[in-house]
Ligand binder design. Structure first.
Ligand SMILES: [Mn+2]
Length: 332
């Protein structure tokens, strides 16, 4: 694999490797960073991970807690990374290609050597790799990409890192449904074969009871807008897009729901819709029609300057018009 060798060459050619994921990181991005850190250290390179300014992901907090009991995370705050960064530093960005959500846009602006390793569709405000391209929107997760890379290099990861990668794939695929290919499952199998711990993985992925009950309370008010498509409209509090996606995931898990939408305010003037399907209803196409985008089974949009009632009407029209043909080729 030429691209894997190229990545290794780039790591070897630099003195300092700076790993960074998106703001408010998750298991996919940070699990990949921990795994890549281990390999980079094995190559004899100095490596740091940009310390997240906010870390409020329940699963990731527990995973990092376990990881840091056995290994140094090498977390360095942005301001200190900016001092270390020079022409012989390589910044590897994991799990995002967007300046809008990367942990530190300042580091990107200052960096000469940048590689983006990502599995998302390219939208706007792209970071842009300066030394090589390593993006693949057909992959389920960055964890899958990093696991393949480390497998290719026959590298023995720690049990915790193996488990974090597996949990990252599981989270990003919504438990091996979304964007899951034969290769995704083979890679998951490889991680288990190497020693990923299924009990530890379950511990990482457990949820706060209070949080889950809070979502289910909101889901009580969800209803069908047509053709087995259901919507959950939240109150006027501000919610994170991640919270909306969790609501949509929960709603889709109910029998009789073929597509699920969560509508909520993500800033005082912006409404967000998170959309999920099992893959046979193309919610990506629907969200594109509402100014957003994504995958056929997992998509989202953000709408400015419309009331909740107007947004619900727009969505209902799409549902009633049957604007969700299933066999549209994935666009990215
Ligand atoms: Mn991801």
């Amino acid at each position: 694999m030429e691209i894997f060798d190229k990545l290794t060459d780039q790591i070897k050619n630099n003195d300092l490797i700076i790993l960074m994921t998106h703001a408010r990181p998750d298991l996919d991005g940070m699990g990949s960073a921990c795994a890549l850190k281990e390999f980079t250290e094995f190559l004899g390179k100095k490596v740091v991970i940009v310390k997240p300014k906010v870390n409020n992901n329940y699963s990731l907090i527990r995973a990092l807690d376990v990881y840091s009991k056995s290994f140094d995370l090498n977390f360095v705050p942005e301001k200190d990374v900016l001092k270390l960064l020079d022409d012989k530093s390589l910044v590897i960005v994991l799990d995002t290609n967007s300046m809008k959500i990367v942990e530190s846009p300042k580091i990107i602006e200052k960096a000469k050597n940048i590689i983006v390793i990502d599995h998302h569709c390219k939208m706007d405000n792209l970071i842009g790799s300066s030394v090589m391209e390593f993006e693949d929107a057909t992959k389920s997760s960055v964890a899958e990409m990093i696991a393949e890379y480390l497998k290719y290099n026959n590298f023995k990861l720690s049990k915790v890192a193996l488990t974090m990668l597996l949990a990252g794939i599981e989270t990003d695929t919504n438990t091996f449904n979304l964007k899951t290919t034969r290769k995704t499952l083979e890679t998951a199998g490889y991680l288990v074969g190497e020693g990923a711990d299924l009990i530890l993985k379950q511990k990482f992925l457990k949820e706060s009871k209070a949080e889950k009950l809070r979502r289910y309370e909101m889901l009580k008010d969800s209803y069908e807008i047509g053709n087995n498509m259901h919507v959950c409209v939240l109150d006027d509090e501000i919610y994170s897009p991640v919270f909306l996606s969790l609501i949509a995931n929960d709603l889709l898990s109910f029998d009789g729901v073929n597509a699920a939408f969560a509508i909520g305010r993500i800033s005082p003037s912006v409404l967000g819709i998170s959309a999920r399907s099992m893959g046979d209803i193309n919610v990506g196409e629907m969200m594109r029609k509402l100014g957003g985008g994504g995958h056929s089974a997992s998509a989202a949009t953000q709408i400015e300057g419309k009331s909740k009632t107007e947004v619900i009407e727009d969505l209902t029209k799409l549902v009633r018009n049957g604007d969700y043909e299933s066999n549209i080729t994935e666009r990215c």
